[in-house]
Design a protein around this ligand. Structure first.
Ligand code: UD1
Ligand code: UDP
Length: 368
């Protein structure tokens, strides 16, 4: 008689987690050795639901936790209780989490309390600075302590885990699942978002949301964007994250400039279409740092540190921080110097080959 399928509780809460677990959920659903149970904490709402629709994912459990301007402690406390109850109710063989959000860290902790094994997708990223990004650097380090399966996207991530004493037989080099999703999406015929009316041929796509950039840094980023728009024949398209700590200063600084297009968060297909059509990407996002190189787009990273040094080392991304002079200088250099631009735009993606989800599900099948 065949063994009963293994119950895999997949827990996710935010926009990037959905992008990155979607291909794994797809593989688990197709494989009769597994019975996936999908749980969202609802850490995000509108931008999570946008992603769930795109990837046709209907969570079995939705904890509906998001509150306006939520705190780390408040969200964490509610999520520990919520996920623990789900673990008690479903008694999974494994809990699968992705990345370094509060949702991922809490699901890892709750699983440990319930003695449920944890699989961590995108394990081993390190900036080696505990407050940058905050709290993600510590969330992912905690997950490395809590997890039994570490799915590392790059060789650098594998090395980080081994250096911290994680047993080698528990660390698996898989590539990043974001590349699976991106390659599948980018190969489709994606229309340019019809509502956008740009003045110039070239445009820069911007996203920024990180906690370390709240306050003066986000105002500095906006100062840079205003200066770039005023001095260059280039449009700026900026889908603004719904966090009030970002939305308010961004609209205060940039609303009303003809060539700066402040738009609501975009559906993934529209966002990928824009990434493909853009001249360059300006972002503090983790996912965008990984996606840009696959699409041949230089990424200027609006942060002081990165846990994704592969793109910087390869030459397809540059850390520019948040100082207006730096940002404007780097953008204008790339807009004005075709050779410098081409050097950044023609480097192979260091983050994966589009088969990470197959590897992860294969490893689970062999080991559970
Ligand atoms: C979270 C993650 C961060 C990830 C980012 C992706 C943590 C600690 N942070 O940061 O690692 O890079 O998501 O976007 O886990 N909001 C809405 N609607 C939404 C989503 C958010 O209104 O659909 C607003 C709410 O007021 C919410 C606030 O944004 O309280 C902050 O959301 P939260 O998930 O706590 O932080 P992010 O900055 O989104
Ligand atoms: N993204 C999107 N629409 C947007 C902005 C981003 O679909 O308006 C996608 C982007 O392609 C990437 C993911 O969302 O896959 C990144 O999410 P975010 O920047 O919120 O989180 P991070 O990657 O920084 O954790």
């Amino acid at each position: 008689m065949q063994d009963a399928p293994k119950k895999i509780l997949v827990v996710f809460g935010t926009r990037p987690e959905v992008v990155k677990v979607a291909p794994v959920i797809g593989r688990l659903r197709e494989d009769d050795r597994f019975d996936p149970i999908l749980c969202t904490t609802g850490q995000h709402r509108a931008i999570l639901d946008q992603m769930l629709r795109v990837f046709d994912i209907t969570p079995d459990i939705d904890l509906h936790l998001m509150e306006e301007n939520q705190t780390l402690a408040g969200l964490t406390a509610k999520a520990v209780h919520g996920v623990t109850e789900v673990l008690h109710r479903h008694r999974p063989d494994l809990c699968l989490v992705q990345g370094d959000t509060t949702t991922a860290m809490v699901a890892g902790l709750a699983s440990f309390y319930c003695k449920v094994a944890v699989g961590h997708i995108e394990a081993g990223l390190r900036s080696h600075d505990r407050f940058n990004p905050f709290p993600e650097e510590i969330n992912r380090r905690m997950l490395s302590v809590l997890s039994s399966f570490h799915f590392a996207p790059t060789e650098g991530a594998v090395r980080n885990l081994l250096a911290e004493g994680i047993p080698g037989e528990r660390v698996f080099l898989t590539g990043n699942t974001v590349i699976d999703t991106l390659l599948m999406t980018a190969s489709r015929n994606l229309p340019f978002p019809s509502k956008l009316r740009l003045k110039h041929e070239r445009f820069i796509l911007v996203t920024a949301h990180r906690r370390e950039n709240w306050g003066q840094p986000i105002r500095d980023i906006c100062t840079a964007l205003r200066r770039i728009a005023e001095r260059n024949a280039v449009d700026i398209v900026y889908p603004v994250h719904p966090n009030p700590n970002i939305e308010k200063p961004v609209f205060e600084a940039l609303a009303g400039i003809e060539t700066v297009h402040l738009v609501p968060p975009l559906e993934y297909l529209d966002f990928v279409s824009l990434m493909k059509a853009s001249t360059l990407l300006l972002s503090d996002s983790g996912g965008v740092q990984e996606e840009g190189p696959s699409l041949g787009k230089p990424v200027l990273v609006l942060r002081e540190t990165t846990e994704r040094p592969e793109a910087v080392a390869a030459g397809c991304a540059r850390l520019v921080g948040t100082s207006p002079d730096n940002i404007v200088g780097e953008v204008e250099r790339l807009l004005g110097d075709k050779d410098a631009y081409d050097r950044m735009a023609t480097i192979a993606n260091p983050f994966g080959d589009g088969h990470a989800a197959d590897r992860i599900v294969g490893i689970l099948a062999d080991n559970l």
